[in-house]
Structures are given as structure tokens and as C-alpha cells.
Design a protein around this ligand. Structure first.
Ligand code: ATP
Ligand code: MG
Length: 574
């Protein structure tokens, strides 16, 4: 087994996706070479079900699943569900759904730390019997005071030297529900003078009379995350326990537990958390945005959650490519949001079919086009993929164009439609503007044009040129739609940077959502399926929102065509 594994790694056997080289991968390669785990590679992705997954989790998912897949190994999906007060089945369901959507398959069955509660309790008793754990009656406040600081050692608890018998008895009574929440804890007996605060007699169990989403009311004491995590990895035979840098200081504690218990020892490796500009990736803050109604839910397309960016129209492939490109390291940094958008554009450019839509319609009447006539023009579905074929788009006397594509008094470099000027209609004819109709306030309500019947298909037989091609939709056949246009949810590159006395909410972008109604779509878009994505020519990538109905389509703008770099940069400075 180890032989074939090693061979596959160095040569990258055909069919195994190669993950980008990085220090975690190097460690695995070395372990395979030395046979440390008999050639096994077994990783896990261990979310706590206390919120929805976000793009930061995607980095961890891609790393864990990607490395295991490359080396013919396995990955567990494990819920670290040790905190019943903050955890819910809804989160479990969304996480399972998101991991699958991203394109990864875990080793069945899904694992839960709560499946190990009996085993963890038995291990707690084992540590008590070995004189390595004790029941402590200090209150949370007292415990904090005894704990010391980074520069001062802590003080030992007066309950530290209870007898094994008394500790076992009290622990049993804690479990039996004899004491109220917070009355007692079980603590590891390690070293109150350790420079690592995590090693100063950390709490292993707390009393919490709370119902758990899986174990119901069976337990009224719950293991702390730190007492559950390492042993869960051990139970599952995880080889490489890959986690983010903030757990580096916890590693000695995880090691201490498995060593004291004498059980299988996984190896923890820490890497840098993903941070993105204009984005918050703290579950606590994301929850606050949802609960206080700053966004429309966990799957609001402005949210960095996987459910949100999926609804926005980001594809799993784009996210995986992004995660592969950012690498992993030992120092936390911040990635530009523009890079993620780059991968979204790159992927959508490849797969999105083209269509025409007018977001801010202006009526155009072609005076010399026969009343009541409708003709079907051929439009190409994808300029770089012939197999995507063509479709028919109706053309008639009354059309809509984008308000932006007309100027009554054009500035010098403006080549789109203006009085007397000629432009090409995409897939259609040349039209020339002859006059303008205005309302009482001077607003332009309608533009009149003539078309040149000789230019069908977009070229003039006399060889004359036009400087602009604009998109359009025939009025009689247009589908009315709502289009939601998004900007970043925060105005600051670092949303946590705030003025004195303010919090991150003060950085919310009031213009992050613009809802456009009365948009006009070409009729081929009628009935487009939820999550279907398109390039609206000249406008960007758009995706069908699940709120959409056949007669009332709703689209989200995923991303504009070119990166809005300049704009973002300007706003960042402001
Ligand atoms: P909390 O803020 O509640 O501690 P968390 O963001 O750490 O939550 P978990 O559910 O504990 O979320 O995370 C599951 C896994 O995803 C962990 O291994 C964690 O290290 C990893 N992870 C979380 N956030 C990021 C991030 N921004 N970048 C990379 N990995 C992350
Ligand atoms: Mg965490």
C-alpha cells in the first residue's frame, strides 16, 4: 500500500488531480516516503455547526479533500458539535449541502464529535484515575483570576489535590445532573506555570443543562472543544489534522491528552486563515448580520457564505481554482477580493451562454420598419464554443436599449447612439438616430431611428463602419424581470477597521444592493432555471435567483464583465 501510494505521489499517476505544491503537501510527501502512517493519508474537515460555511472554509475544504484525493486517501466530514447552545440542525444540513456542492465526497458516514461523548467521558474518568484531572469548584471569575497572564504564572486551584475517589464521585454526580450550570468543572492537572495559557489546568468538562441537537437531554455536562477535538481525530485515525494557525497554541494540549491516554496520535499541521478584502469571515459577525437583518439571510448574495456566493452565481470550479491559486503558508495575510472575482469571470466566461438584456430601458422606435412585422435574427450563444449553437432573437419596430447607450449631447469620445449618429445593433442592423421625444420635465422618453435593411447581420455592403455595437431587446417579445445588482457589503477594505466608538456595522455599504425592476430580457431567457448563469452581453454575468418564477424572473448580477478594480480602489481610499 505504501509503495503504490509513494509512486503515485512522485509521478502523479494519471487521473489524480495534483494539488499545488505547498508545505502541508511536502509534509505528507515526506510521511509517505518514510512510511510514517503506513502510506495512509486520512484528513478531515471539522466544522462546528454554529453557522454557515464561508469562503474561508472553502480553502480548508479544498486543502483537506484535495490532498487526500491526490494521494489516494480519505477525508472525513466531522461535526465538532460540543457546544449545544450555539449549534443547530439547520447548520448541519447546510454544511453537508455546501461541501457536496463544492464537489467533494467524504468518507461515509458523516462523523460527529457527539458520537464520541461516551468514549470521551470514559477517557475523562481514565485521566481522573491516573491523577491527571480533578473536579474544581472555582467560579468562572475565580478561575480567570487564578489563571495568571502571559507574563505571570497562574495559581493552583485549592481543589487541585482532591483524592481520586472524591473526583470520580463528583464527576459522576456532575454527569447525573446534581449540580447547576457553572457550579463545577473537570480540569486537567497540567501546569499552572506553563508559558502556554492553554496548559494551565484547562477545563475539560463544564456543566450545561442544555439540549443537544443530536443527543437530546442525555448529557448535562459537555466536553470542551479542546478535550474533544484531538481525541476525535485519534478515534477516526486521522493522519494529518490540518487546521488554521490559531490552533498552534492548542497543539501541545491536544498532544498532552492523547499521550496521557495512550491512544493513536494524529499529527496537527497549521496553515494561514483566508482573509479577503471588503469581506468579514467571522461566523459570529455573519450571524449578527443575519439576525439584525442587515442582509436578507445566510444565503444573501452579498454574504461570503458558500450559500450566498452560490446564489450570487459563483461556481464551484471558480472557487476551487481560487483556493488552489492562493496557496497555504504560515503567516496570515489578506487576499484581494478582485482575485476571487477574476476566477469567477474566468470560469463563467468559459461556460455561460450569452444573451441580451436591458437593465435600464430606453424605448427606440424604428420609423422605417414595417408596423407589426417581427423577424428572427440568428445570435451566437458562445463566441468561443461553436457547439453551444445559435438561437433566434426577435426584431421589430419597437426596441429597448440601455439608457446609457444614448446621449443627446455626446461628449467627444462617445461613440454610442446620439442624434444623427449610426450604431450597430448586436446580431441586427445599423440604426441611425433621427429625433428624440421628451416628457414635460425634459426627460427623454423615446428615441426615433431609421434602420438600413441592407445591414442585416451587422455589416454594410458599402463597407461603411460604425464605432459602436450596442445590445437591445425587442419590446413586443421582451420578458420583464427584476435584476439585483450588488456591490461589496462593506465600504472598507478591512471592515474591522472602525472610527472610535463604532463597530463593523458602521462600515456597511448602503449601496450594496440595488434592485432594478422593469428590466427587459430577450425571450429565450423565459423559464431559465434557478442558479442558471448567463453573460448578458456588455453587462456582466448574471444568474437566476431562486426567488424567480417563470412569469416573474429574478436575476442576480454575479460580477461585472471587467474588474471594477479602479472603482474599488477609489472607494478604498475614500
Ligand atoms: P469560529 O469562528 O466559530 O471558531 P471557525 O471559522 O473557526 O469558527 P470552524 O467551524 O471551527 O469555524 O471551522 C472549520 C474548519 O475550517 C477549521 O479547521 C478551521 O480552521 C477552518 N477555517 C475556518 N475559517 C477559515 C478561514 N478563514 N480560512 C481557512 N480555514 C478556515
Ligand atoms: Mg473554530
Amino acid at each position: 500500500m505504501s509503495d503504490s501510494n509513494t509512486a503515485a505521489t512522485e509521478e502523479n499517476a494519471p487521473g489524480t488531480p495534483r494539488t499545488p505544491s505547498n508545505f502541508v503537501r511536502d509534509i505528507i510527501l515526506e510521511d509517505l516516503r518514510t512510511g510514517k502512517y503506513q502510506g495512509r493519508v486520512h484528513t478531515r474537515f471539522p466544522p462546528e455547526p454554529n453557522g454557515y460555511l464561508h469562503i474561508g472554509h472553502a480553502k480548508s475544504i479544498c486543502l483537506n479533500f484535495g490532498l487526500a484525493a491526490e494521494f489516494g486517501g480519505r477525508t472525513n466530514l466531522r461535526f465538532d458539535d460540543t457546544n449545544p447552545e450555539k449549534e443547530e440542525q439547520e447548520y448541519v444540513d447546510s454544511i453537508i449541502d455546501n461541501v457536496r456542492w463544492l464537489g467533494f465526497e467524504w468518507q461515509e458516514p458523516v462523523c460527529y464529535a457527539s458520537d464520541y461523548f461516551d468514549q470521551l467521558y470514559a477517557w475523562a474518568q481514565q485521566l481522573v484515575r491516573a491523577g491527571k484531572a480533578f473536579v474544581c469548584d472555582l467560579t468562572a471569575d475565580e478561575m480567570r483570576r487564578y489563571r495568571g497572564t502571559l507574563t505571570e504564572p497562574g495559581k493552583e486551584s485549592p481543589y487541585r489535590n482532591r483524592s481520586v475517589e472524591e473526583n470520580l464521585d463528583l464527576l459522576g454526580r456532575m454527569k447525573a445532573g446534581e449540580f447547576p450550570d457553572g457550579a463545577r468543572t473537570l480540569r486537567a492537572k497540567i501546569d499552572m506555570a506553563s508559558p502556554n495559557l492553554n496548559m494551565r489546568d484547562p477545563v475539560m468538562y463544564r456543566i450545561l443543562h442544555a439540549e443537544h441537537h443530536r443527543t437530546g437531554n442525555k448529557w448535562c455536562i459537555y466536553a470542551m472543544y479542546d478535550f474533544a477535538h484531538g481525541q476525535s481525530d485519534s478515534i477516526e485515525g486521522i493522519t494529518h489534522s490540518i487546521c488554521t494557525l490559531e490552533f498552534e497554541d492548542h497543539r501541545p494540549l491536544y498532544d498532552w491528552y492523547v499521550d496521557q491516554l495512550g491512544i493513536y496520535h494524529p499529527q496537527q499541521i497549521e496553515f494561514d486563515r483566508l482573509n479577503l478584502t471588503y469581506t468579514l469571515l467571522s461566523k459570529r459577525k455573519l450571524l449578527q448580520l443575519v439576525q439584525e437583518g442587515h442582509v436578507r439571510g445566510w444565503d444573501d448574495p452579498r454574504m461570503p457564505t458558500l450559500s450566498g456566493i452560490r446564489r450570487r452565481g459563483y461556481t464551484p470550479e471558480a472557487i476551487r481554482n481560487f483556493c488552489g491559486s492562493i496557496g497555504v503558508s504560515k503567516t496570515n495575510g489578506t487576499i484581494e477580493l478582485g482575485l476571487l472575482e477574476h476566477f469567477v469571470r474566468e470560469d463563467l466566461n468559459r461556460r455561460a451562454l450569452r444573451a441580451m438584456a436591458v437593465l435600464r430601458p430606453l424605448r427606440v422606435v424604428i420609423d422605417n420598419y414595417p408596423e407589426g412585422q417581427v423577424e428572427e435574427l440568428d445570435a451566437v450563444n458562445h463566441p468561443e464554443d461553436e457547439s453551444a449553437g445559435t438561437r433566434k432573437v426577435p426584431f421589430s419596430k419597437v426596441l429597448y436599449i440601455e439608457q446609457d447607450d444614448f446621449r443627446e449631447d455626446p461628449p467627444k469620445q462617445y461613440y454610442r447612439l446620439s442624434p444623427g449618429k449610426e450604431v450597430r445593433l448586436r446580431w441586427g442592423y445599423f440604426i441611425r438616430c433621427t429625433s428624440v421625444v421628451k416628457d414635460a420635465n425634459g426627460g427623454i422618453t423615446e428615441v426615433h431611428c431609421t434602420y438600413d435593411p441592407e445591414t442585416r447581420g451587422g455589416n454594410a455592403p458599402d463597407g461603411r463602419k460604425v464605432k459602436a455595437t450596442i445590445h437591445w431587446v425587442s419590446a413586443g417579445q421582451a420578458v420583464d424581470a427584476e435584476v439585483r445588482v450588488y456591490e461589496t457589503l462593506f465600504t472598507r477594505e478591512n471592515p474591522n477597521e472602525v472610527e472610535e466608538g463604532q463597530d463593523f456595522l458602521s462600515n456597511i455599504n448602503p449601496a450594496s444592493l440595488e434592485v432594478l425592476t422593469g428590466c427587459k430580457l430577450e425571450p429565450s431567457l423565459r423559464g431559465a432555471p434557478a442558479f442558471g448563469y448567463y453573460q448578458f452581453e456588455r453587462l456582466g454575468y448574471f444568474c437566476v435567483d431562486p426567488d424567480s418564477a417563470p412569469e416573474a424572473p429574478v436575476f442576480n448580477r454575479t460580477v461585472a464583465l471587467r474588474d471594477s478594480w479602479a472603482k474599488i480602489e477609489k472607494r478604498g481610499k475614500g
